[in-house]
Design a protein around this ligand. Structure first.
Ligand SMILES: CC(=O)SCCNC(=O)CCNC(=O)[C@H](O)C(C)(C)COP(=O)(O)OP(=O)(O)OC[C@H]1O[C@@H](n2cnc3c(N)ncnc32)[C@H](O)[C@@H]1OP(=O)(O)O
Ligand SMILES: CC(C)C(=O)C(=O)O
Length: 572
């Protein structure tokens, strides 16, 4: 039973008092510094943490796609984490900083710094929970004791790193996280950071990283943004600070909180690919990066081979990426429903025309396709994957697949006719129809396949002028294996054939529309004809479509007419 009054159990998150807040008026105009914590915060939350080989593969992929700051481990926790840090130190490119997390405990700090020895660039990340709940429940420490511990620990890190003459070859950076910042009285968060800064003595060139984590997401994202703006307004020596965000997703707003935090002035973001991490996860770096990209901002990380990132995380985290995960999910660049497919198909047609006019590849043409905020090809997905067909689909979806695979640009009426066939098949099978199945259905239905089963075949014919405006068709057909001679007249080859067929086989046939286009290019070019015929079947007026393909355009149209005849003779 839900509680009749949850107020007695849960209290709302209180924001900070922020005068003249600025962040709602800001826009994000450049990518922040990114830190991937997949190998630390992500890894520590896995039921089966990665082994060393898995961490290595993951690390190299993070480097390959462009992350320059990577938190690789909690080296004081285990020999595996220590050894992996050594591997990362020895194998990181010169421009990649290796970050490690340590609590405020002397032996653990020493071990952490040991693991980073010899690194070209290293970030020692010290954390200490600062919220009243944690100080009280976890540490039994008052604010003063908490501050003294942070100060003592920072002094030790300083002594072991930037003040250590034996460690001068490393470019040391220092990060301090008042853990559970999101639930810490803001004045105390500022006070402890100021005390830590005073000890570390950062410079403008090498700023201290203050990472202000929403360790647990406590309130709406605007509250987090207010906290960040308040902190930045009140902290001293802003120019010597890199303000870092580290959000979790307990309320499902990690991305929003991070984006609002950036609007509030933050410089750096920590997160994991596809939002792996404690509980509901860290903020998703893929979403954040591609959110920037789709605003025309280079994220500085390469997401163009999305499937390889999905494979990586699924293999090593052993957690599937949700099919609806932003950008990376297998279903997010797919449209099943008819009106979406129709709009997307029209959008692509408009874009192709624009590209042709522009004479380029479309990279300088603004992306404007209904329902698709991102060009699937920018993340390595194919257009073919965009439109998928099931019983919810309309004419546009199947027509798109036929266009992409067979290059047949079906007239609207034929799209409608074929979509009914598709609908029946999808309902019958009770599932999505794959592209190959749709193509087979189309070829079978309009008798285009080499081995299609059909009643009528045109063996031979000729059309001659019979008087001024009249054409005479004479030909031989096989009907169910038997040879039949037929002849008819009309004002052109098709009408004279239809007249012959009507006389011979008793199908009234009147042309409603005719369309042709070329297929392929160069010496392999063919003609495609689409013929719409009004006829009668079992006493009822009906419309049938025929499709014919041939190197010769008049043969193609004749084939289209035979295709109609076969449709009239078929049972379906
Ligand atoms: C929000 C975050 O993600 S923080 C990072 C969390 N990551 C991890 O904890 C992964 C690695 N951790 C570990 O392997 C272990 O917890 C270790 C090695 C750090 C410590 O192990 P143990 O000494 O056995 O302690 P244990 O894990 O049982 O409890 C944590 C202890 O650290 C203390 N602690 C927690 N955070 C901090 C901190 N930032 N600084 C100093 N001490 C801390 C706790 O109060 C507790 O102390 P207690 O034993 O005196 O009560
Ligand atoms: C150590 C800190 C930054 C952390 O992981 C968190 O608060 O979630």
């Amino acid at each position: 039973m839900p509680l009749p009054d949850p107020r007695n159990k849960y209290k709302p998150c209180r924001g900070v008092k922020l005068e003249n807040r600025q962040w709602p008026n800001n826009t994000i105009t450049k990518a922040p510094r990114w830190l991937s914590t997949d190998l630390r915060d992500g890894n520590q939350s896995l039921p089966d943490p990665m082994n060393t080989d898995e961490k290595k593969a993951y690390f190299h992929k993070l480097v390959d796609i462009g992350y320059k700051e990577i938190e690789v481990a909690f080296p004081s926790a285990s020999q595996i984490d220590f050894d992996f840090t050594r591997y990362a130190v020895e194998n990181a490119p010169a421009d990649v900083a290796i970050q490690c997390l340590t609590p405020c405990r002397e032996e653990l700090i020493r071990r952490t710094v040991d693991s980073l020895k010899g690194a070209k660039r290293a970030i020692v990340h010290l954390y200490l929970a600062t919220s009243p709940l944690f100080r009280d429940v976890v540490f039994n420490m008052d604010e003063e004791a908490c501050m003294q511990l942070a100060v003592r620990s920072t002094k030790l890190v300083r002594e072991l790193t930037k003040d250590n003459k034996d460690a001068k070859d490393t470019y040391w950076q220092f990060e301090f996280s008042p853990e559970t910042f999101s639930d810490t009285p803001i004045e105390f968060a500022l006070k402890i950071c100021e005390a830590v800064k005073k000890v570390w003595e950062p410079s403008t060139e090498n700023p201290i990283i203050f990472n202000l984590p929403a360790t647990v997401e406590m309130g709406t994202p605007n509250i987090y943004a207010d906290q960040i703006e308040w902190f930045l307004k009140n902290v001293t020596e802003r120019e010597k600070i890199c303000l870092s965000l580290h959000t979790h997703n307990d309320r499902g707003c990690g991305v929003a909180a991070t984006e609002l935090g950036l609007l509030a002035g933050a410089d750096r973001v920590e997160g994991c690919l596809f939002g792996n991490g404690e509980r509901t996860g860290n903020v998703d770096l893929v979403t954040l990066g591609l959110n920037l990209y789709t605003q025309g901002i280079d994220p500085g990380v390469d997401f163009s081979d999305m499937d390889s990132l999905v494979d990586l995380t699924e293999k090593y985290n052993k957690i599937p990426v949700h099919p609806r995960a932003p950008y990376g999910g297998s279903l997010v660049v797919c449209a099943f429903s008819g009106s979406h497919q129709d709009a997307i198909k029209k959008g692509f047609a408009r874009r192709s025309a624009g590209i042709e006019r522009d004479g380029g590849n479309g990279n300088n043409l603004h992306w404007q396709i209904p329902y698709l905020p991102l060009d699937p090809s920018d993340i390595g997905r194919t257009y073919e994957a965009v439109i998928r067909v099931n019983s919810q689909s309309g004419k546009g979806g199947a027509a798109w697949i036929i266009l992409r695979h067979l290059e047949l640009d079906l007239p609207r009426g034929l799209q409608v006719a074929f979509s009914k066939i598709v609908q029946t098949e999808a309902e019958f099978k009770g599932r999505e129809l794959k592209s190959e199945e749709l193509i087979a259905l189309f070829e079978k239905h309009y008798f285009l396949g080499e081995d299609s089963k059909h009643a009528y075949d045109l063996e031979d014919y000729n059309v001659t002028a019979d008087g001024k405006a009249t054409r005479l068709f004479k030909g031989t057909m096989t009907v169910g294996g038997k040879t039949v001679e037929l002849q008819g007249t009309g004002n052109g080859p098709i009408s004279s054939f239809l007249n012959a067929a009507e006389t011979q086989f008793n199908y009234p046939m009147e042309v409603q529309s005719y369309k042709e286009h070329s297929l392929g290019k160069g010496s392999k070019v063919k003609a495609v004809c689409y013929l719409e015929i009004a006829s009668k079947k079992n006493g009822k007026d009906i419309i049938e479509w025929g499709v014919g393909i041939h190197e010769d355009v008049s043969q193609a149209s004749m084939r289209a007419a035979v295709s109609v005849l076969n449709r009239l003779a078929s049972d379906d």
